[in-house]
Design a binder for this molecule. Structure first.
Ligand code: FES
Ligand code: FES
Length: 192
């Protein structure tokens, strides 16, 4: 049962959840409204996996070190093991399942496949989510920038080189697509 107490310093009442109290959380998962129940102490990573069935998100260290649990929260890459499920209420969460919504691999996933950028795959979902965020913010990174971004992830299998190659390949492919779109738009403007 919830009880009400004074909020720290505010003089206003604040709701306090009991340790084993279940709370219903509603959020947007990969573009779809979802809801489920969690305890106040439950990690977002566990809520996604066990309550919402989004098992593509992996859990390694649970200390914010390995990066395996990385998801996007309102578009920004974040460790889901460092966030409580209750903090995700009414927010938009993207997981690796959202990269292939129609059952087709997204360009990042396809590049990882072509470059053999995964072996056991335990780290892969988190790395993909960081890359998805990063390439939106830095569309044409250098190799050094990609390696710096990947420093937030631990991969015991690949040695990182094929991952770097895959990310740079995607960045180059997207740059070519943007240039082709730009040229097509200019041609249409000339024809008009
Ligand atoms: S499980 Fe979250 S960073 Fe390792
Ligand atoms: S592919 Fe095995 S830990 Fe990265």
């Amino acid at each position: 049962m919830s009880k009400t107490t004074k909020g720290a310093g505010s003089g206003k009442p604040a709701e306090v959840m009991q340790r084993h109290e279940q709370r219903r959380i509603t959020l947007t998962l990969n573009g779809r409204a979802r809801s489920g129940h969690c305890e106040p102490r439950e990690l977002l990573s566990d809520f996604l996996r066990h309550e919402l069935g989004a098992t593509g998100t992996h859990v390694g260290c649970e200390h914010g070190v390995c990066g395996a649990c990385t998801v996007r929260v309102d578009g920004v890459a974040a460790r889901s093991c460092l966030m409580l499920a209750v903090q995700a209420e009414h927010r938009s969460i993207d997981t690796v399942e959202g990269l292939a919504p129609a059952g087709q691999l997204g360009d990042l996933q396809d590049a990882f496949r072509r470059h053999h950028a995964l072996q056991c795959g335990f780290c892969t979902a988190g790395i993909l989510m960081s890359c998805a965020d990063y390439l939106e913010r830095v569309p044409e990174p250098s190799e050094a920038q990609v390696r710096d971004m990947l420093s937030g992830h631990l991969c015991r299998c690949t040695g990182y080189t094929p991952i770097v190659a895959a990310v740079l390949d995607v960045a180059a492919g997207r740059a070519r697509a943007r240039a082709a779109d730009h040229d097509a738009t200019r041609l249409e403007a000339c024809d008009a």
